[in-house]
Design a protein around this ligand. Structure first.
Ligand SMILES: C=C(C(=O)O)c1ccccc1
Length: 366
């Protein structure tokens, strides 16, 4: 029988199977207020047969916002809206984590409090675009603004934002939180010499560039506990204009440092889903040697790739993104080796039920 459909102990949470729904930005949340939209509950409940749902990137504070239509976890309205969603997912037998997101310089003045510049490790503009709101309310792609460098004395407030967001996620009924440390957003920006040219203790050496990510992990763990905290990183990845040139050294350093924290999981977003190199078994073995804890692998996986990597022991669970957009019953389909609905990229971001809650299941829902 496939290992993919066997249970997994992930920190404080027991998963019924090793299929995770990857965090997926859908930009269908309500503005102003950045609360999850009216269809979000149905969307997540439809996918509750996943061993774990990692809900979409959710910004930890108003300054952390980088996309029009993304949700937050810093206000009581947001906590209340998420509480309805987690209760409904639990009612349907699911488990759900929240991805704590600070976009850093992948943002735009129009999304920032008071129209201020976004923040980043250094005042270097990302060679990337984001989604802002046009006058008619539609989403438009726009070049990210040049950020201002976070002052060293602002870091403590940033850690407090992560702590408060973690407390809010716990109060909202999430089973776990996932720190977003991947894809060229704030914490990944600090890892990268292309984005981080700081001369304080957060810039320069591998240790210094990884410092903020690890301080955030320690703050979130101190707020909840290690059994409820995971982190997503994208080693060797090239996203949103960053790729730390010392890729391998940084990746293996992070694995060693994160292993010491005994977290619920380490989620690896593999580079090849967005044009980076395919991870080879050599890297996977190096990573596993340094990180004996639960590893979630992700990046354009098929069920077969997941099963192969599970059996080799390189991963303990597999997260599916685009497959989960278009297949709410992905677990059932993979068990039956049934064909998958193809995703429709034109309805990935923004909009309404089309391409969100209207993908068909194999058997019509009873
Ligand atoms: C949160 C995202 C990520 O992790 O890459 C994201 C954001 C916008 C579009 C696609 C993906």
């Amino acid at each position: 029988a496939d290992k993919l459909f066997t249970p997994l102990q992930m920190g404080a949470v027991t998963l019924a199977n090793r299929v995770a729904m990857a965090p997926l930005t859908r930009l269908r949340n309500i503005e102003p207020g950045d609360v999850p939209g009216p269809l979000a509950k149905e969307y997540y409940v439809q996918r509750a047969s996943a061993g774990l749902i990692v809900a979409e990137g959710t910004h930890i504070s108003p300054t952390a916002k980088g996309y029009a239509g993304a949700p937050g976890i810093y206000s009581e309205d947001q906590v209340n809206a998420w509480s309805d969603i987690t209760a409904a997912v639990h009612q349907a037998g699911g488990k759900i984590a929240l991805q704590l997101w600070h976009t850093g310089r992948i943002s735009h003045r129009s999304l920032q409090p008071g129209g201020d510049a976004p923040v980043g490790p250094s005042a270097i503009q990302a060679d990337s675009r984001t989604n802002i709101r046009a006058a008619d309310g539609s989403l438009v792609r726009e070049q990210c603004d040049t950020p201002r460098a976070l002052e060293t004395n602002e870091i403590q407030d940033l850690l407090e934002d992560y702590r408060r967001a973690t407390d809010n996620a716990r109060r909202a009924g999430f089973d776990l939180v996932e720190i977003h440390g991947a894809h060229g957003y704030l914490l990944d920006q600090f890892l990268s010499p292309q984005a981080n040219v700081r001369t304080d203790q957060y810039g320069g050496s591998v240790e210094n560039r990884a410092r903020l990510l690890l301080e955030v992990v320690d703050a979130v763990v101190a707020e909840w506990d290690a059994d409820h905290v995971g982190i997503r990183i994208s080693p060797l990845g090239i996203f949103n204009g960053v790729s730390n040139t010392d890729q391998l050294e940084m990746a293996l350093y992070l694995a060693e440092q994160l292993a010491k924290r005994k977290l619920a999981f380490l989620h690896i977003s593999e580079p090849d889903w967005a044009g980076g190199p395919v991870l080879d078994d050599g890297f996977r073995a190096e990573l596993r040697q340094r990180y004996p804890g639960v590893i979630i692998g992700a990046g354009g996986y098929t069920a077969e790739k997941a099963e192969t990597l599970l059996r080799k022991g390189y991963i303990d669970a597999a997260a599916f993104g685009r497959s989960y957009i278009s297949n709410p019953d992905l677990v059932e389909r993979m068990k039956l080796n049934a064909p998958l609905n193809p995703p429709q990229p034109e309805t990935f971001y923004g909009g309404d039920a089309r391409g969100y809650t209207d993908y068909p299941t194999l058997q019509p829902q009873a």
